[in-house]
Ligand binder design. Structure first.
Ligand SMILES: CC(C)(COP(=O)(O)OP(=O)(O)OC[C@H]1O[C@@H](n2cnc3c(N)ncnc32)[C@H](O)[C@@H]1OP(=O)(O)O)[C@@H](O)C(=O)NCCC(=O)NCCS
Length: 202
C-alpha cells in the first residue's frame, strides 16, 4: 500500500471514526458531527504533509479503487491552517449558544498546538492527526510517513494527545512522554482531563 496525498472527499469517513470519541455535549446530532469535523479540520494544515493509505474493495464505503484505510496529517513550525474559512461558512446554520462548544474546542486545540510547537526545533515536525479505519493501518501509515520524513531530513516527530484519544498507543510505538498536564476547563467532577506531549526520533 502506497502513501498518497490526502483526498478531502474522505473527510466524512474519518469523522465517522472519531465522532463517538469527540462528541460535544450540546446541540443536535448534526451540530455534534459538525463540531467533530471542525476538530478534524483544525488538524489539517496547508502543506504537502497530508497523507492517506488506500486499501482493497473489502473496506466499508470502498469504491472501485478501494477505500481509505488511514490518514495522517503533519504540521511544521509556521504552517497555516485554513479551517476558519470553512467554519465561517458552515457554522451559520447553528445557534450561537451551541457554537460556544466549538470555541472551547478551538481554545484547547490552539493552546496544545502552541505548547507542542514551543518544544520543537525548526527541523522537528508534528503529527497533528492520525486516524485508522482498519487495525494495522495506523502503524502502516505512520511507518511510511516517518520514512518519508526521515528521508527529507526531519529529526524528531512530536505530537500531543489527550485522554479522549488512544494515547496509550504511543507508549507502545516508540514514543517518549515529554510532558503531561491537566486541562482544567475539561475536568469532570470525578476525573481530571489529561493531556500528553510525546516525542520520537525519526
Ligand atoms: C490511534 C490509531 C490511529 C491507531 O491505529 P490502528 O490501526 O488501530 O493501530 P495499529 O496499527 O497499531 O493496529 C492496532 C492493532 O491491530 C492489530 N493488527 C496490526 N496489524 C494488523 C493486520 N495487518 N491485520 C489485522 N490486525 C492487525 C494488532 O493487534 C494491533 O495492535 P498491536 O499494537 O498489538 O500491534 C487508531 O486507534 C485510531 O484511529 N484511533 C481513533 C483516533 C485517535 O485516537 N487518533 C490518535 C489521536 S489524534
Amino acid at each position: 500500500m502506497q502513501l498518497e496525498p490526502f483526498n478531502f472527499e474522505n473527510i466524512p469517513l474519518l469523522v465517522d471514526v472519531v465522532e463517538p470519541l469527540w462528541c460535544p455535549s450540546v446541540g443536535s446530532s448534526e451540530f455534534k458531527r459538525f463540531n467533530v469535523e471542525y476538530i478534524v479540520r483544525n488538524n489539517i494544515w496547508e502543506n504537502d504533509y497530508r497523507f492517506q493509505l488506500m486499501g482493497g474493495s473489502e473496506v466499508e464505503g470502498a469504491g472501485a479503487r478501494g477505500g481509505i484505510l488511514s490518514a495522517a496529517f503533519f504540521a511544521r513550525k509556521g504552517d497555516k491552517c485554513s479551517v476558519e474559512e470553512w467554519f465561517a461558512r458552515e457554522s451559520q446554520r447553528f445557534p450561537e449558544e451551541w457554537l460556544t462548544a466549538s470555541a472551547m474546542s478551538k481554545t484547547f486545540l490552539t493552546l496544545m498546538d502552541e505548547r507542542t510547537l514551543s518544544l520543537m526545533n525548526d527541523d522537528d515536525i508534528k503529527l497533528s492527526l492520525f486516524i485508522s479505519r482498519k487495525p494495522g493501518a495506523g502503524s502502516q501509515i505512520l511507518d511510511q510517513a516517518c520514512n518519508h520524513l526521515r528521508d527529507e531530513g526531519w529529526k524528531n516527530l512530536y505530537l500531543w494527545t489527550d485522554c479522549e484519544c488512544n494515547w496509550q498507543w504511543y507508549f507502545n510505538h516508540g514514543f517518549t512522554l515529554v510532558k503531561e498536564d491537566i486541562y482544567e476547563p475539561f475536568n469532570s467532577e470525578d476525573e481530571d482531563y489529561k493531556t500528553y506531549i510525546f516525542k520520537r526520533k525519526l
